[in-house]
Design a protein around this ligand. Structure first.
Ligand code: FES
Length: 170
């Protein structure tokens, strides 16, 4: 099997894997990153979302060969270990999570949205988040948290999509 090199949460990794193996299972089973969750397994619920070069992808249907040489960011890589990413802090402040299972994917999708569109309208938020399902129905709090970040409550400016870039909550 080929060795595939890429970055995860700011660190270089090399995996000896079939290039068609799904990124989700490489992250979870080979690299031990369990914050990326398994949901539907067919790219329909957004639970497994991570960023590849800043773009939201469904890791359950992304072959690891497609991320060779690229940067993968998981929810575990958003914080520097001390300070939360602004989107994470907004999630905490708004008590967004209920059972929490979908929330890593929701946060990563929100980061991707705000990285591309720092001031989304409600329609922009609904469109961007439409593929991330939440059985607990936390959609209103998700939208509130995204709007607070967009309004600059957590430092303003472009929301970082890469690991170890930290904004302080006001
Ligand atoms: S918080 Fe339970 S599925 Fe979203």
């Amino acid at each position: 099997m080929p060795v595939i090199n890429f970055n995860v949460d700011g660190k270089p990794v090399s995996v000896d894997a079939d290039s068609n193996e799904e990124l989700l299972w490489v992250l979870r089973d080979r690299l031990g990153i369990h914050s990326v969750k398994y949901g539907c397994g067919v790219g329909l619920d957004g639970v497994c979302t991570a960023l590849v070069n800043g773009n939201a992808v469904r890791t359950c249907i992304t072959p690891v060969g497609a991320v060779a040489g690229k940067s993968v960011t998981t929810v575990a890589g958003l914080s520097d270990g001390t300070n939360l990413h602004p989107v994470q802090q907004a999630w905490v402040d708004n008590d967004v999570a209920q059972c929490g299972y979908c929330q890593a994917g929701q946060i990563m999708q929100a980061v991707a949205l705000l990285n591309k569109n720092p001031h989304p309208t409600d329609a922009d938020i609904d469109k961007a988040m439409a593929g991330n399902l939440c059985r607990c129905g936390t959609y209103f709090r998700i939208r509130t948290a995204i709007k607070q970040v967009a309004a600059g409550k957590y430092g303003g400016g472009q929301v970082p999509a890469t690991a170890n870039t930290v904004y302080s909550a006001k």
